[in-house]
Design a protein around this ligand. Structure first.
Ligand code: KIV
Length: 254
């Protein structure tokens, strides 16, 4: 798709019902992101989610998908220890969920793990820029790589991930000019989130773009629906009907 100049559309999903809708709507890539920790489990960060929980989400998504590529985040604490640990985590994800690839955060720091996972035949996607698993190192969720030193390291890391054999890279919340430079410097697809238009594809968290989450309002987020209002109204109507004895009616009983 990158070679053809066709943009890649990627969204997150964490359960069967939503994955079915997203896949049916023509998405190219579904990411079972560790953002499940935030949007599904209500945690403040992505750090608490476990490998078992990620596999549970991924298994549900894979059952729904007929055409999209399914990529699963290796969660925090399941690949940083050693390349052997990274390999074991990836094998569990692939074997138990049936997903097609794994994603992990970091560049040169995770090189050995990337190589080890790839050597087992598991496709790996990289993730650079704002890497939420390192939030306590960064201290904020603000734009990364604005300074030259960090920008240079990011470009070097992207080239390294490509050289290792990664099939794609997510770039999160970095200046659009830098993202453009990275996408032009590598032949593998670069998927942006808050990385501007000049990359090979875009990814958003499904709950954010559908307007289910309300308080998260970064500049890069476009809301394509206001499901929060639609759902709140629908549930309010149901509650009112039940209370008023208007549901179920004569046709809705056996
Ligand atoms: O976990 C996630 O949803 C992600 C995206 C923000 C790229 O990694």
């Amino acid at each position: 798709m990158k070679n053809r100049g066709e943009k890649i559309a990627m969204l997150t999903a964490y359960d069967y019902s939503m994955a079915r809708i997203i896949d049916g709507a023509g998405i190219d890539v579904i990411l079972v992101g560790d953002s499940a920790s935030n949007v599904m489990a209500g945690n403040e960060t992505t750090l608490p989610i476990t490998l078992d929980q990620m596999i549970y989400h991924a298994t549900s998504v894979v059952k729904a998908v007929k055409r999209a590529l399914v990529v699963v985040d290796i969660p925090f604490g399941y690949y940083q220890g050693s390349s052997g640990e990274a390999l074991r985590s990836s094998i569990r994800i692939m074997k138990e969920s049936g997903a097609h690839a794994v994603k992990m955060e970091g560049g040169s720091e995770v090189k050995d793990s990337v190589l080890r996972i790839l050597s087992a035949g598991v496709p790996v996607m990289g993730h650079l820029g704002l890497t939420p698993q390192s939030i306590y190192k960064f201290g904020t969720y603000s734009v990364r790589a604005k300074e030259e030193e960090e920008a240079n390291k990011l470009l070097e890391d992207a080239l390294l991930l490509q050289e290792c054999g990664c099939f794609g890279i997510v770039l999160e919340k970095i200046p659009a000019e830098l993202a453009k430079k990275v996408a032009a410097s590598v032949s593998i697809p670069v998927i942006g989130i808050g990385a501007g238009p000049d990359v090979d594809g875009q990814v958003l968290v499904m709950q954010d773009m559908l307007g289910i989450t309300k308080d998260f309002k970064p500049r890069f987020l476009r809301r394509y629906a206001d499901l929060n209002t639609i759902m709140t109204n629908a549930i309010g109507n149901y509650v009112a009907d039940v209370k008023a004895r208007e549901f179920p009616n004569q046709e809705e009983k056996y």
